[in-house]
Ligand binder design. Structure first.
Ligand code: HGY
Ligand code: MN
Ligand code: MN
Length: 571
């Protein structure tokens, strides 16, 4: 018979402690200490109390926790797996001084298999000792969470459904990546169109009243209100990805509202506002220089000139739209009238380590950093690598190298600024030719537009100075400029209350990553909810992941926000 929080809150100290026995093997005092914070309104709140009890424990308790929490590694199905597990465990003990503590189940809640254990051990073996200590405690908390889930019969069913949607959608990937089990879905490729159809099907099956794919490739689902002319809550995120991406970037912000609408539909419940969920077709700017194509169409910012941009294979955006059966001429009509909308909310995986290290599942976003991107071309003179004296070279690549190091130094000089050169190439380069040309990208961001622009100004000035000194030519093309987007206070506070309603501290934080919300920010109030990422919150990487439990909390928080909005709007 599963425990209940009501029983736990009402039990004597001994009975309550016995209800939590085994959560943290080797340290029974942890549960007793957490119980001092009773009563608990939610399991999430109890988990935070347990976390604080561990954080407050002394070294000997932690040592006992780690020893008792050491994982019984999966057996391994083959001798190779068994040998590798034994080798890694021995090496781990050697380096970290204790047996490894792994989460017993994966982010989906399935028992860890040998392959997953080997990958996790191999990744963690080389962690610095202090980092691995944190990782060990996080694994202990995760195992306690899994035990607590069982003890209280608390299955994150909606989190599991959403987790599975991510898995299924990730089956669609562009050529060159799909064959290697990697995820890349760039704008209007076959994989991209397959994703759109899949999302459209799930929306139709999930109780939406109207579902369609619009002229720019957005998948739009509408769930009607109790009354016909009710205002609209706009929500969603993007389904395109970067190359070799994680599965949750963007998609989590589509699936959480989809699951909420499905629950409303199953309950036959209508709210005093419509819900319009948009799966934006393009946000990442991978195939074409222009970005925010999906959300930009809704704000009326889609530039006709973008249609002439060509991809690496010389295919224009206009042609790609035509091949996808989409009508570019209809894109201007996608512009939304802000007067009809309450605002825009977006759920997104954090894509950073803050929540992972704080041990918090959710946060309200305070602002999204402003960003400006360029494509740079430096031109020098290609010449013979063997006969061209070092003093008379016009080497485009070494000039770029100087600039890259300047970007790193200059961005690091500001609080909160970041500068990245993510793409760098010597077109038609040869091993024995001094680079006559070098092309690279610049991505410069800061918490405010003024700080972003000062960073960009300095970087472009340094680029000009380097090229002048070296006798090289350079051209820069600005490919994206997005203003910093502070959350609307009223909507940010809604997310804070929604997080608090789950029994969690309403942590607030800025977003270093860009999101569709910064586009909708231009025409309506917006605010975002962040969901913790696992593996130190790594993103734009196949290691990107989150747990069903955290996804469940995001769905619950989303539902709390909808309920509050419904109460405010009169029912
Ligand atoms: O680059 C970004 O911040 C986003 O992932 N497009
Ligand atoms: Mn991204
Ligand atoms: Mn994203």
């Amino acid at each position: 018979m599963p425990h209940t929080l009501a029983r736990l809150n009402a039990a004597t100290a001994d009975d309550a402690a016995s209800m939590l026995a085994g959560l943290y093997p080797g340290a029974p005092g942890i549960a007793a200490r957490a119980l001092d914070e009773r009563p608990f309104a939610t399991l999430a709140q109890l988990k935070q109390a347990l976390r604080r009890a561990v954080d407050g424990a002394g070294g000997e308790v932690l040592a006992a926790l780690i020893d008792a929490g050491a994982s019984t590694l999966p057996k391994g199905d083959t001798s190779a797996e068994r040998d590798e597990l034994a080798r890694l465990a021995a090496a781990y003990r050697e380096r970290h001084g204790h047996d490894p503590v792994l989460a017993t189940h994966d982010a989906r809640g399935r028992e860890l298999d040998a392959g997953q254990a080997i990958a996790s051990l191999a990744r963690r073996l080389d962690h610095p000792v202090d980092i691995e200590r944190k990782e060990t405690l996080i694994a202990l908390h995760r195992n306690a969470e899994l035990r607590l889930r069982d003890a209280f019969g608390d299955r994150p069913a909606l989190g599991e459904d959403i987790w599975d949607w991510h898995e299924q959608l990730s089956a669609h990937s562009d050529p060159g990546y799909a064959e290697r089990g990697l995820l890349t879905v760039t704008y209007l490729t076959d994989a991209h169109r397959a994703c759109a159809r899949q999302i459209e099907t799930w929306m139709r099956d999930g109780g939406f009243d109207e579902v369609g794919i619009d002229a720019v490739g957005n998948v739009v689902g509408r769930y009607r209100a109790a009354t016909a002319d009710a205002p609209i809550l706009l929500t969603g995120s993007h389904y395109d990805t970067v190359r070799n991406a994680g599965k949750y970037d963007g998609r989590l912000g589509i699936f959480v509202p989809m699951a909420c609408v499905r629950e409303l539909s199953r309950q036959g419940r209508r709210l005093p506002f419509q819900i319009e969920v948009v799966a934006f077709a393009e946000e990442e700017g991978q195939r074409y220089p222009a970005t925010f194509l999906g959300s930009g169409a809704l704000t009326g910012d889609f530039q006709p000139a973008w249609l002439d941009q060509v991809d690496a294979d010389g295919i224009s955006m206009r042609e790609a739209l035509r091949r996808a059966g989409l009508r570019a001429e209809d894109i201007p009509r996608l512009r939304r009238d802000p007067a009809r909308y309450l605002g825009f909310i977006e759920v997104h995986i954090e894509q950073g380590p803050v929540l992972y290290e704080l041990g918090l599942p959710l946060a309200a976003v305070t602002s999204i950093n402003g960003c400006v991107r360029y494509r740079v071309r430096i031109q020098g003179m290609a010449s013979h690598a063997g006969t061209t004296p070092m003093g008379s070279r016009r080497d485009a690549a070494t000039a770029a190298a100087e600039l890259l190091l300047y970007v790193e130094r200059r961005a690091a000089a500001d609080a909160g600024s970041v500068g990245t050169v993510g793409m760098l190439e010597v077109p038609n380069g040869s091993i024995n030719v001094v680079p006559g040309e070098c092309r690279f990208s610049l991505d410069l961001r800061a918490p405010s537009d003024a700080q972003r622009d000062a960073l960009a100004r300095d970087v472009l000035a340094e680029l000009a100075a380097i090229c002048a000194r070296r006798g090289l030519r350079q051209t820069t093309e600005q490919t994206m400029r997005a203003s910093a987007a502070p959350s609307h206070p009223r909507w940010q506070q809604r997310w804070e209350r929604a997080i608090a309603a789950q029994g969690l501290p309403p942590h607030c934080m800025a977003s270093g990553a860009g999101h569709d919300a910064m586009k909708l920010h231009e025409i309506m109030p917006q605010a975002m909810l962040f969901v913790r990422g696992q593996n130190h919150g790594i993103s734009h990487n196949p290691l990107e992941t989150t747990t069903c439990d955290d996804i469940q909390l995001a769905v619950q928080a989303y539902g709390s926000l909808l309920d509050e909005l419904a109460r405010e709007s009169g029912n």
